[in-house]
Design a protein around this ligand. Structure first.
Ligand code: ADP
Ligand code: MG
Length: 206
């Protein structure tokens, strides 16, 4: 739950007085043009950035999984399989490989060091680890950018079937349709509304 959060960088007031409640399993999309403060909002929710005013409260049992495009959370010296096992040590090899398969990593790919993956493959692996981890609130910042069509399809399927809460920043209409949001947060004003398909027209606006 974000209460009355505000953020400025020097004289640049990014936003002020944002409120957002994220209930169990809820699905929220954040829309706004470039520079509207979408990434800053996610970073504050993820605890990677502090707000100037207000606070973020984490409910009992809340476990955040944050997908940031710029700096992913992969261990580049470990293999694809090891990266998945780091976040889900209880998975045996067969289960881990099956999860990797659903994110389009073949048997051979599983043994590659994460360092050699392409940008799109790293994105896929980062999302596979989030979906496999015990996170129950995913904060996803433009997760389908720069993905080849097959990878994008897998990410959309993963978003559609994920059972926890998702807060999604995107300019990709397909990602919004996969999410089936209940609510929308419009940046930089921070107005919240129930989702309706007329908001689809705003999604691609940069
Ligand atoms: N670390 C920072 N230092 C200074 N300004 C920043 C910093 N991070 C973001 N900003 C500024 O805050 C505004 C919002 O940025 P951001 O949250 O990345 O927008 P969005 O994700 O909606 O495109 C922009 O004007 C950006 O330049
Ligand atoms: Mg951004």
């Amino acid at each position: 739950m974000a209460k009355d959060i505000s953020k400025a960088y020097g004289s640049n007031i990014v936003f002020a007085g944002i409120n957002l409640a994220i209930d169990k399993g809820s699905r929220v999309v954040i829309l706004g043009y470039n520079g509207a403060g979408k990434t800053t909002t996610l970073r504050i929710l993820a605890g990677e950035e502090t707000a100037d005013t207000g606070e973020v409260q984490y409910g009992h049992g809340c476990k955040i999984g944050y997908f940031a495009q710029e700096h992913d959370t992969l261990d580049l010296d470990s293999t694809v399989l090891e990266n998945l096992q780091h976040v889900a040590p209880n998975l045996d090899d067969t289960q881990a490989r099956s999860m990797l398969g659903s994110f389009l990593f073949s048997g051979d790919d599983a043994m590659k060091p994460a360092r050699v993956l392409s940008g799109g493959e790293k994105t896929r692996l980062a999302l596979a680890t989030l979906v496999t981890s015990k996170a129950n609130v995913l904060l996803l910042d433009e997760p389908t950018n720069n993905l080849d069509p097959a990878s994008r399809d897998e990410i959309l399927k993963a978003i559609a079937k994920y059972e926890g809460a998702i807060v999604l920043v995107t300019h990709d209409e397909g990602a919004v349709q996969a999410l089936q949001p209940e609510r929308v947060l419009l940046m930089p004003d921070g107005d919240e509304d129930l989702w309706n398909d007329e908001y689809l027209d705003l999604v691609a606006e940069e």
